[in-house]
Design a binder for this molecule. Sequence first.
Ligand SMILES: NC(=O)c1ccc[n+]([C@@H]2O[C@H](COP(=O)([O-])OP(=O)(O)OC[C@H]3O[C@@H](n4cnc5c(N)ncnc54)[C@H](OP(=O)(O)O)[C@@H]3O)[C@@H](O)[C@H]2O)c1
Length: 308
Amino acid sequence: MTKKILITGSNGLLGQKLVYRLLNQADIDIIATSKGNNRLRTQSGYTYHPLDITDEQAVKEVIAKFTPDIVINTAAMTNVDACETEQDACRKMNVDAVEYLINALKTQHTNPHFIHLSTDFIFDGNNGPYRETDIPYPPNSVYADSKFMSEKLVEQSGLKWTIIRTILVYGVVDFMSRSNIVLWAKDALSKAKTINVVDDQFRTPTLSEDLAEGCVLVALKGATGIYHISGKDFMSIIELVNRVADFWHLDKSLIHPSKTATLGQAAERPLRTGFILDKARAELGYEPHSFEEGLAVVDTQLKDQQKD
Ligand SMILES: NC(=O)c1ccc[n+]([C@@H]2O[C@H](COP(=O)([O-])OP(=O)(O)OC[C@H]3O[C@@H](n4cnc5c(N)ncnc54)[C@H](OP(=O)(O)O)[C@@H]3O)[C@@H](O)[C@H]2O)c1
């Protein structure tokens, strides 16, 4: 039977990848929603409807209009430092809007499945990599708190729910509103800019296509609970940037090691996160690309963009 999947934040990195991934999937009607106009290059094969998820009434109306079987909530205020300076906006987007979605879905009589995206930042970063069973303890940051609060709302929603936590997502989409670590490092080094890169933060960086695949596996299998979905290669940020430089044959002498504490960033960062993927592998059949395979995907897409 055809299932209706509604995606929030479909203009974003994950949102766009999800729409493209689901276009190839049989028996799925895709309802792509995001704030403002549709920025996907492909304009057919799905329905686009503008939706600002901080508008409670609009959320109610869109859920009532489309009666989705599954909602994948990718929309979020994802700029961690901006969340420190714009705390109200962060709370509205990352917490209140999640509540609006939950409340709207609770009025449906079809037992809809709510799939919500969360982050490694709900962990303090003292002893990563983390499993789903590890106890979250958010560092001192408004973004981390907001995502932790959203998880609690989802868990207590009474809906059929899944929380997908992910880490440092990289990839290429059209008309991106913000960059990511791989594109930033490649771009800076290509322009022969010196960059300071932390050597005391550790992550399992995630190719956006892998994250989309993890979300689709959850949706199609109807898997519930918490899943950690990230890349499989654990590395420091400086190692990541060095591997970017190696891949594109860029000058590594431009990369200067630095410490998180010296950066003066508004929000505290957890130092050592990363995920253990055993649960996602065993229950979903999730298998991500290696980091270099991910860079090869990015490289192909950048070349395709240049051709257009
Ligand atoms: N990216 C990461 O490294 C990372 C790491 C851990 C967890 N996550 C989580 O993964 C999820 C997806 O992240 P992402 O990287 O795909 O984020 P993203 O690229 O920033 O995408 C978020 C999208 O939501 C849209 N949006 C903003 N305000 C909105 C509103 N009020 N209503 C509806 N849509 C709105 C944005 O629109 P505009 O483009 O027009 O601003 C953007 O297209 C988020 O929940 C994030 O917290 C991401």
